[in-house]
Write a protein that binds this ligand. Structure first.
Ligand code: TPP
Length: 632
């Protein structure tokens, strides 16, 4: 019987000897590799923290003690040790287990998270609530060195450092964010890590001293204490100490014994917060991931023997199309610079970084800073492009409003992963992107329908003398036959892709294709629908709108985004304002957080497949549609 199958919860982990924990770690790694190779997911980070998580569940008593994982992409071992083995093979699938912490799944998950650098704030909040309510438990935040490039961590540490006790921050330092970690802090951590070799020596010396009869143990303890004091106060962890934390480390994050011991030690410090610096190796235990941790950070299903994707696709992704277009723009205009917040590969900026390293900036996981820095660059004469996933852009809302749009600066944001993203689920969908941006003055908002139009829109954005955001989905959509002229993209111009007198379907992004498909289904049923690609969300095509109002055709607005405050809502507002004499029907994502699954399954859940669109149009025109509740 395997050790893992005997673990029904953290109490069972506590029963294991150190050697048994070693065997358990092996089984956990194998389970994670097998499952992720079938389901896709975050591999390298989860292989890196197996022992760390075992030790956490040995030293602390979850759910009484609160363990909060920053981001939450590295919680597979935690899930497997907290009673969720049976569901693990449904990881990230529709109605299956979430790839991130999920409160609905387990009392051991404290927040549903997926965005970085929030754990210390949440932990401090819980610690304060505990103290105020006279309760007694430990609160632990597990934070990566990548996450520690996010400014919120320092806001939280600055706040906690004024004396918050029984708050433990574990810095899981693997030198990697998704790619190599960046900035002055990563250099600082390197210095701290250099003393890890000292720690190895210390263990050996301690072992030797302990062999001395009678006084050996006490002597070793004394020397260790003195060394620890000198070590942390004089050199190591000075930055954390200055923030009011007791710094312990660095320690070997792959030794369950060492970790358990250190965590127990940290529990004794009750009058100030503690930061424990742990060194781990991303991808540990799977050779391919150890050698290419960036490639194996987040993976689609792959073959374990060679690491190759199970479903190879030669299709160009939206990010690749945007990245290539930016490289071309960079060749023509030296003012063009590119910015990423720790997502070079994901946002398609790899080639730009290679071609123009001096014009490429990875600022760390710091979206707010990225936007304000771009404002500075634009103010001083550059044309900055910040490529970012739509969901992470939420964080920089005020910077977009205050630092960019209020100043009317030519900053261009490439908002990738807009709409539904699929298996990463509710923390990662970019369905709030359009509503979030729709109302900001001065902003040009473009939503190209396919990779060809993305190229056209990137090019067109350089001609926009003010703030501009391009939104496009995660998946690349190949140009549709007959509509693939890259020069055709014009700001403020909509394109009628198909004529039809019975009604008009207005769509943007991925939904344009669905509208076309729906229109051909309707045609087969005798309904002629015009299909309009509204890729310029702001400014709108006033001439086209005026024509539609005169025609009195029923309007159907179809968008892969939140209905409230979205493009359709704005069209409705304009209709009311201008006294338009026709009904408007809106289709979009409902006002709730949408689960994980394939994009197709999720679109279906939201009623946005071509067949569902056609059906809704048909029923509406026939007057048989019931009022649909969009707030569910
Ligand atoms: C606000 C935000 N921006 C970007 C990301 C994408 N992201 C997920 S994990 C990650 C790297 C995290 O690195 P680290 O904290 O060191 O954890 P590791 O994966 O190395 O264990 C990034 C950039 C995110 N989750 N949240």
């Amino acid at each position: 019987m395997s050790y893992l199958s005997r673990i029904n919860g953290p109490d069972d982990v506590k029963q294991l000897t150190t050697e048994e924990c070693g065997a358990l770690a092996k089984e956990l790694r194998q389970t994670i590799i097998d499952t992720v190779s079938r389901q896709g997911g975050h591999l390298a980070s989860n292989l890196g923290n197996v022992e760390l998580t075992i030790a956490l569940h040995r030293a602390f008593s979850s759910p009484k003690d609160k363990i909060i994982f920053d981001v939450g992409h590295q919680t597979y071992t935690h899930k497997l040790l907290t009673g969720r083995q049976a569901q693990f093979d449904t990881l990230r699938s529709y109605h299956g287990m979430s790839g991130f912490p999920c409160r609905q799944e387990s009392e051991h998950d404290l927040f549903d998270t997926g965005h970085s650098s929030t754990a210390i704030s949440m932990a401090l909040g819980m610690a304060r609530a505990r103290d105020l309510q006279g309760e007694d438990y430990y609160v632990v935040a597990v934070v990566g060195d990548g996450a520690l490039t996010g400014g919120m961590c320092y806001e939280a540490m600055n706040d906690a450092g004024s004396g918050q006790g029984k708050l433990i921050v574990i810095l899981n330092d693997n030198e990697m964010s998704i790619s190599k970690n960046v900035g002055a802090l990563s250099t600082y951590f390197k210095h701290l890590r250099a003393s890890a070799s000292w720690y190895g020596n210390k263990k050996r010396i301690r072992r030797d001293l302990e062999r001395i009869p009678l006084i050996g143990s006490a002597l070793a303890h004394l020397i260790e204490q003195a060394k620890n004091m000198v070590k942390s106060v004089v050199t190591e962890g000075a930055m954390f100490e200055a923030l009011g934390f007791r710094y312990l480390g660095p320690f070997d994050g792959h030794s369950v014994e060492e970790m358990t011991h250190v965590f127990e030690e940290a529990k004794q410090v009750t009058d100030m917060p503690v930061l424990i610096h742990v060194i781990t190796r991303k991808g540990n235990g799977y050779d391919l991931a150890e050698r290419q941790p960036e490639k194996f950070h987040g993976v689609a299903p792959f073959r374990v023997e060679n690491g190759l994707k199970r479903n190879q696709s030669s299709k160009e992704s939206a990010a690749q199309a945007a990245g290539k277009a930016l490289v071309a723009l960079g060749a023509e205009d030296r003012r063009v610079v590119a910015i990423t917040a720790a997502m070079t590969g994901g946002t398609g900026l790899g080639e730009f970084a290679e071609f123009y390293p001096e014009r490429f900036f990875d600022v760390g996981i710091a979206e707010q800073h990225a936007v304000s820095m771009a404002a500075g660059m634009a103010r001083a004469g550059l044309r900055p492009y910040f490529a970012v996933y739509a969901t992470f852009l939420q964080r920089a809302y005020d910077q977009i409003v205050h630092d960019v749009c209020l100043q009317n600066l030519p900053v261009c944001i490439l908002a990738d992963h807009a709409g539904l993203v699929g298996d990463d689920g509710k923390t990662h969908h970019g369905v709030l992107c359009v509503p979030m941006l729709m109302s900001i003055p001065n902003l040009t908002l473009l939503a190209p329908r396919d990779v060809q139009q993305i190229r056209g829109a990137v090019r067109a954005s350089l001609g926009v003398d003010g703030p501009c955001v391009l939104v496009y989905p995660k998946d690349g959509i190949e140009p549709y036959a007959g509509f693939d002229d890259p020069q055709a993209f014009k700001v403020g111009v909509w394109q009628s892709l198909q004529q039809g007198g019975d009604c008009a379907l207005l769509a943007y992004g991925r939904m344009t294709k669905h509208a076309l498909e729906a229109a051909s289904m309707l045609k087969a049923q005798g309904i002629d629908a015009e299909v309009i690609d509204c890729s310029s969300l702001r400014p709108m095509d006033e001439a086209c709108l005026a024509r539609l109002f005169v025609s009195r055709k029923k309007l159907f607005v179809i968008e892969e985004g939140e209905l409230i405050g979205g493009f359709g809502a704005e069209i409705s507002r304009i209709c009311v304002e201008r006294g338009a004499q026709q009904p408007v029907c809106l289709m979009g994502t409902p006002n709730r957080f949408i689960t994980h699954g394939s994009v197709g399954q999720l679109l279906e859940e939201c009623g946005l497949s071509p067949a569902q669109i056609a059906d809704r149009v048909k029923r509406t025109l026939a007057g048989t549609v019931e009022t649909e509740n969009t707030n569910g």
